[in-house]
Design a protein around this ligand. Structure first.
Ligand code: NAD
Length: 531
């Protein structure tokens, strides 16, 4: 087997491949033309973030069977094009968790004792003992927003400094966080109580600008703020004002709204702001971890047929795949749909299979449900291999139930998700053996095409509500492509209105709909991304 390594990779990874008998070509900084020419000779390609693995590259790689990313982000790999060509795409999630958590804690300690400022002062020939008065971390409260892999490890490091850790993560079961010794609180409480606030969430619509002028106002005077997650979670302009007024004692950033940050960025003018140029994951160990990780995954794939870390294929025999594929799509989209309706952390997921589908090997379908359910809230690419592991790590109990009777359908899949506070149901089937449809949302019978954007509106079943909603959308020039209405058994009870849209509506549309009398809740469901 010939493997091309087209980005800088730790030598330990190359050693693993060579020891396993692969022939490795390390050719970095290839131009697009050179890569298109070179790729023809290889069965495997290993990249980091520099090489752009476009559909053109994939088409040119006639012998290519596997593409590996040493690291997590797959923005530079066209996975869909690879899937179409039957090429496995894999990554190495989790390789930089410890490193990034340690960087976070290094930021906290440096910030609280003004170490970077003191170093700069001494190097300028000064001895300003009284200028660098710091604060202790002992017995202080660390508020962590996002309790995933990195947030969990930061917890242990902060506890090692005898800090009290409080945390907020609406997608994590409460008892899971409590087992780690974290006091689970609401976001508003966290902002009010924490002496140090550190964010560890992905950048999503929900987390963008999570810390801003309004939320800072509620924080303790002299709070410290850290961002080693993603630029944009903290509003930089608002933070600048708060640092300047010393409402915020200090802040430490490894990531920025725009990278590289502009040299004249206002934050860089402040003495109580310390920063690093997105080096949270940059340690020898992390780079080695991901290099060895991807090399071992390649060896496993070529020698034992195991697709560990694969993001685009489940471990299903090539014979079983054609029959299972439409159900895999249905199951993943149902998971993705359900994820967008749930409030609170998931405690258990039960996947029920009825009719023909119950006769198939359903384990990959349950994994596809978990993949769809977890992907929107987690940073790492959730794949067919790590989805069950991640679910287990997050304390989610997963059950499968099979029955030969599918009622009015040939096959039916039903997902039941329980958060401890509330349970949610969703059922789906295939129309014409290929087309995924959601046919049940909680108590409502529906027929939803699993694609595109839609607004789901829970409302009181009474005249006028649909008209009002239509008027609001019209006023904002939002076109309704499809519409359906379903009501629970009794007239005058609760009803569900589903509006399929051509494009995502502006936020104010949803806000305006929610304000209307008779509307109980309104939420956007997006099934277009990544599917
Ligand atoms: P993860 O997926 O394991 O954890 C993310 C957590 O955020 C999950 O538990 C999820 O439930 C939670 N979450 C999602 N939306 C939330 C919300 N609105 N409010 C509160 N919690 C929410 O990811 P991770 O590996 O721990 O990474 C955390 C962050 O660190 C990511 O943004 C990642 O990109 C970043 N990161 C940065 C560097 C760096 O170089 N600085 C390196 C690695 C990771």
């Amino acid at each position: 087997m010939n493997i091309l390594v087209s980005d800088k990779l730790s030598a330990r990874g190359v050693e693993v491949l060579e020891r396993a008998g692969f022939s490795v070509g390390v050719k970095t900084k290839l131009t697009k033309e050179e890569l298109l020419k070179e790729i023809k000779n290889y069965e495997g390609l290993i990249v980091r973030s520099a090489t752009k693995v476009t559909s053109e590259v994939i088409e040119a790689g006639g012998r290519l069977r596997i593409i590996g990313r040493a690291g997590t982000g797959l923005d530079n790999v066209d996975s869909d094009a690879a899937t179409r060509r039957g090429i496995v795409v894999m990554n190495t999630p989790g390789g930089n968790t410890i490193t990034t958590a340690e960087h976070t804690m290094a930021m906290v300690v440096s910030m609280s004792r003004k170490i970077p400022q003191a170093t700069a002062s001494m190097k300028a020939g000064k001895w300003e003992k009284s200028k660098f008065m710091g604060v202790e971390l002992y017995n202080k409260t660390m508020g962590l927003v996002g309790l995933g892999q990195i947030g969990s490890h930061v917890t242990k490091l902060a506890q090692g400094h005898f800090m009290n850790v409080i945390g907020y993560d609406p997608y994590l079961a409460k008892d899971r966080a409590q087992q780690m010794g974290i006091e689970v609180v609401e976001l508003a409480d966290l902002f009010q109580r924490a002496d140090v606030i550190s964010v560890h969430t992905p950048l999503t619509n929900e987390t963008r600008g999570l810390i801003n002028a309004t939320t800072i106002k509620d924080m303790k005077d002299g709070v410290m703020i850290v961002n080693c997650a993603r630029g944009g979670i903290i509003n930089e302009q608002d933070l600048y004002e708060a640092l300047k007024s010393e409402k915020v004692f200090a802040a430490a950033f490894d990531v920025f709204e725009e990278e590289p940050i502009k040299a004249d960025h206002p934050l860089l003018t402040l003495d109580n702001f310390i920063c690093t140029p997105h080096i949270g994951a940059s340690t020898e160990e992390a780079q080695e971890n991901v290099a060895i990780g991807i090399a071992e995954q390649f060896v496993d794939y070529f020698k034992r047929g195991l697709a560990r870390g694969a993001v685009n294929v489940p471990s299903v025999s090539p014979e079983a795949l054609p029959q299972l594929q439409p159900y895999l799509t249905l199951a993943e989209r149902m998971g993705h749909f359900q994820a967008q309706l749930i409030e609170g952390g998931v405690k258990s997921v039960t996947v029920e299979y009825f009719g023909e589908v119950a006769g198939l090997s359903v384990a990959p379908l349950t994994i596809a449900v978990l993949k769809g359910l977890l992907s929107p809230i987690l940073e790492d690419v959730i794949n067919f291999v790590n989805a069950p592991v991640v679910a287990k790590e997050r304390g989610i109990e997963v059950k499968e139930v099979k029955s030969s009777d599918a009622g009015d359908f040939t096959s039916l899949i039903r997902i039941k998700v329980d958060t401890g506070q509330k349970s949610y149901h969703l059922a789906g089937t295939l129309f014409h053996k290929q087309e995924p449809r959601i046919v049940e949302i909680n108590q409502f019978q529906v027929e939803v095409i699993c694609d595109g954007q839609m607004i789901l509106i829970d409302n009181v079943d009474r005249p006028g509500v649909i008209g009002t909603v239509g008027r609001i959308l019209g006023e904002h020039s939002v076109n309704i492509a499809q519409m359906q209405c379903s009501r629970a058994e009794q007239q005058g009870g609760q009803a569900l209105l589903i509006l399929g849209l051509d494009a995502p509506p502006p936020k104010e549309v949803l806000d305006a709909v929610k304000q209307e009398d008779g509307v109980l809740s309104a939420r956007l469901v997006d099934l277009s991304k990544g599917h």
